[in-house]
Write a protein that binds this ligand. Sequence first.
Ligand SMILES: Nc1ncnc2c1ncn2[C@@H]1O[C@H](COP(=O)(O)OP(=O)(O)O)[C@@H](O)[C@H]1O
Ligand SMILES: CC(=O)OP(=O)(O)O
Ligand SMILES: [Mg+2]
Length: 404
Amino acid sequence: MTASRVLVLNSGSSSVKYQLLDMADRSRLAVGLVERIGEETSRLVHEPLAGPAAAGGKRERTGPIADHEAALKAVAAELAADGTGLDSPELAAVGHRVVHGGTRFTRPTVIDDEVLTEIRNLIPLAPLHNPANVTGIEVARSLRADIPQIAVFDTAFHSTMPEYVARYAIDAATADAYSVRRYGFHGTSHAYVSRATAGLLGRPVEDVNVIVLHLGNGASASAVRGGVCVETSMGMTPLEGLVMGTRSGDLDPAVVFHLARVGGLSVDEIDSLLNKKSGLLGMCGDNDMREVLRRAGEGDESARLAFDAYVHRLKKYIGAYSAVLGRVDAVAFTAGVGENAHQVREAALDGLAELGLALDLEANAARSPQPRLVSADYARVAVAVVPTDEELEIATQAYALVTQ
Ligand SMILES: Nc1ncnc2c1ncn2[C@@H]1O[C@H](COP(=O)(O)OP(=O)(O)O)[C@@H](O)[C@H]1O
Ligand SMILES: CC(=O)OP(=O)(O)O
Ligand SMILES: [Mg+2]
């Protein structure tokens, strides 16, 4: 029996998403999520999708889960209860989403002590994300030391950006001394979605220029020319760019000095303000786009303002990336908001006919879990809604590395 299963761990700042896949047929054996880690109301949802355990359906439990270590051990226990634990001889590898890979990691990498140290050294560049990724690696290694642990980096797909895109226009020696540059994130999703969009158009990825809009809790845009990333909206950290659920995205850096000097806030307080209490949440009190849409629909002014700001920023990036690419074949929407919120797609593309963008409003408003085109048939540029699958992409890359 050849081991063909891959467990994918996607550890976020307060959540762990995971999937167990069988790469022999790319099927999903189990999926799950632990959320609100560190709170009293943590929740674990585990769903076996194959084998005898599947008949029992989804299992859910709530109650405090103190930290990522406890969360990962709880996940391992759920998998073990299904007979698909980390000790299974069919497990070939564990694939870890690692958010920051700096300039060094531009491809999937087998994790040894030295690589783990380097991922730890990158924590200052991704303080909300890399610590959770490190814990995931440590726990998985402690439970199963004999199989490869593979890191797949969010930053990797963006490593092809030209140097003049990656560089900020600051003193070069300072930038080099402190690793200050644009790295970009959500790269696994941008890679997967840009390829899937070419597939949807029935054209080779090398021939297609795509603007990908990944709109989840974190949100980022990228410009992909012939399968190669040439620009992206997130920067040195996942704070820059689009308006997000709780992050501000772009702002005048002098806002930081002003809040420190005049507002008396500490650097840590400003960091937390911009990362955790800004974006939709900061503007209207809700970070969930569903709530923002519901309230805006009822005439709530702050929710309307937050929605308008969110959409305006998106529109600016679509325009900017149209200029960067010169010729755009498709704009692809993905992740929770991009896949589900037709109102966001409609508002972001409204008035962009001069750029060749026009929706089929009925197709855009229809709900479907499938990748699909929602542009008007006369439009020069296709508009696609493409569900992202970061876990499948991580598993594919990890499995390719261990079987090559
Ligand atoms: N039906 C929907 N309509 C509008 N927004 C939605 C819908 N479903 C999910 N979302 C949005 O998707 C966001 C989460 O996206 P997701 O890609 O799961 O994020 P992440 O992976 O960053 O946690 C939620 O904040 C929510 O606002
Ligand atoms: C990098 C990043 O922003 O990730 P997420 O959207 O999962 O927070
Ligand atoms: Mg996500």
